[in-house]
Design a protein around this ligand. Sequence first.
Ligand code: ZN
Ligand code: FE
Ligand code: FE
Length: 187
Amino acid sequence: MAVRRAKRSTTNDRNRGESGEQNEMNTELHQLFLEELADIYNAEQQVTKALPKLAKAAQNPELREAFESHLEETQNHISRLDQVAKSLGESIKRKKCAAMEGLIEEGEEIIDELEDSAALNAGLILAAQKVEHYEIASYGGLRAWAQLMGHDEAVDLLQETLDEEKAADEKLNHIAENFANEEARQE
Ligand code: ZN
Ligand code: FE
Ligand code: FE
């Protein structure tokens, strides 16, 4: 009898230990989720300031239109992030995304250095695709964590934005391909 009781209590202790670790993991993942939410929120705000510069520099109407329409989408991405935070009963912290600052700086260098170059559009596309890939990585990660934590509304919101970032990247691929084909025809 005594042995059985001891055995049972050992099992219970172990279960308690595991769920304790699980709780700690959830709390820490939740904190990290909020940090990354703040990071991409700031990144998106930076993007809304950079896209008009890219649109202005673009030497092709299709490319300019792509930047302008992604600006509108980006504004929606920001309000979706507010909705994500709200769905968790949280608000978004202030944070600076250093990576986006660097990516945008590179874009500005391209504009300055290739101002009169035939390769300007190609440079703008690459700069914008680097931005999209950073966003795709962030939203992909956030979406996966939201799923892991069972935040279903957040999953849907993050997925919507993730799809739009991927579509924006694809659109830039197509525009780049069109340019390349156009040049091949002209040669
Ligand atoms: Zn975005
Ligand atoms: Fe960042
Ligand atoms: Fe984007």
